[in-house]
Design a protein around this ligand. Structure first.
Ligand code: 2RA
Length: 339
């Protein structure tokens, strides 16, 4: 069986990856439509050797479609409920619906069954949350995590295609002795770090930091897990890294953690200090696994563990996770066919 699929935000960094991944995973696409803002309408995109013209997103684009993949941004608020009302099953990568009680927030390696209770919209979590929960799930199942302290090192592509250009331009400018003028970010990102992602909210934490707290609790079905986050933009093009410290109820040794993580779906352990082997963004890019390394016990508390977690945030942190959700929906028979 194949499905009519519409991708909204098809020309952005995540939209482009969604199309690549639909193609790579041989997703059963019958008809494909591509929507974007009026600024990007008219652009051409090649999918499975055929050229498609991107159109401006309007309510009509959803007519007769079965699955809508929203790459993120303001289109979600404007059109996701419209699409769902037309019987289209929406997978949404924006933050608009993630914490709504009637919207499942799904990471297929962690809470796949949640897709079954969707009411038209399934939310894709934030990139930094996805890679963290994939790594933490097997440890939580074994030792029950009480507290997580996470610091992120987030690539510029998390802020879109313009942010990639901004880093390139600023590196060139800096090396030419010219001024690096910021536009996407509040300060120069080349040769710098910016401890500020998204807007500031309660208690001087940013929205990105609150996402890691609240989304983790929803995905793990555990409002008791305490998470505190510091999210930082770094001058890396692709793949987010995270330094994670956890405290568990039951002690998890380094050896046990490695054993659990090696068996966990979607996880690849790279942890061989003698050979200088650990995950790094350059090597995680364009892959779907969540890479975990630098696994060591925290000797300042009885049951603590430190981890270093790296993943391609455009793929597993966004597009791959969204397409995996679509695959799960099909597997569980949770997609209405309208076409
Ligand atoms: C970022 N978390 O990296 C965002 C993307 N979803 O800015």
């Amino acid at each position: 069986m194949s499905y009519n699929v519409v991708v909204i935000g098809a020309t952005g960094a995540v939209g482009g990856e969604i199309l690549k991944i639909l193609e790579e995973r041989n997703f059963p696409v019958k008809e494909l439509r591509l929507g974007a803002t009026s600024r990007s309408a008219g652009k051409e995109v090649v999918f499975r050797g055929e050229t498609y013209r991107v159109v401006e997103t309007t309510p009509e684009i959803f007519d007769g479609m079965d699955i809508a993949l929203f790459a993120g941004g303001s289109a979600s608020k404007e059109f996701a409920r419209v699409a769902a009302a037309k019987g289209v099953t929406v997978i949404d990568n924006s933050s608009a619906f993630r914490l709504e009680p009637d919207v499942p927030l799904v990471v297929p390696e962690v809470n796949p069954e949640d897709v079954k209770w969707h009411k038209g919209i399934i939310a894709n979590p934030n990139c930094s949350t996805i890679q963290m929960v994939v790594a933490l799930k097997p440890l939580h199942d074994y030792g029950k995590i009480k507290r997580v302290v996470v610091s992120t090192y987030q690539a510029v592509s998390g802020a879109g295609i313009e942010a990639i250009e901004e880093l390139k331009q600023q590196v060139k400018a800096y090396l030419n002795g010219e001024e690096a003028v910021p536009s996407v970010f509040p300060y120069p990102i080349a040769f710098n770090l910016i401890p500020h992602i998204d807007v500031f909210q309660d208690m001087y934490y940013t929205k990105e930091e609150w996402k890691m707290v609240l989304e983790t609790q929803k995905i793990m079905h555990d409002p008791e897990i305490k998470v505190t986050a510091t999210t930082v933009r770094v001058p890396v093009f692709r793949s987010h890294s995270e330094s994670i410290n956890i405290e568990t109820e039951i002690k998890i040794t380094r050896e046990k953690a490695i054993e659990l993580l090696k068996k966990a779906p979607g996880v690849k352990v790279i942890d061989n200090p003698e050979e200088k082997q650990y995950p790094m963004p350059l090597y995680a890019s364009n892959q779907d696994e969540v890479f975990v390394g630098r696994i060591r016990e925290d000797n300042t508390i009885p049951n603590g563990l430190n981890l270093w977690v790296v993943a391609d945030q455009l793929r597993k942190g966004a597009a791959t996770n969204a397409v995996q959700i679509a695959e799960l929906l099909i597997k569980y028979g949770c997609v209405k066919q309208n076409g």
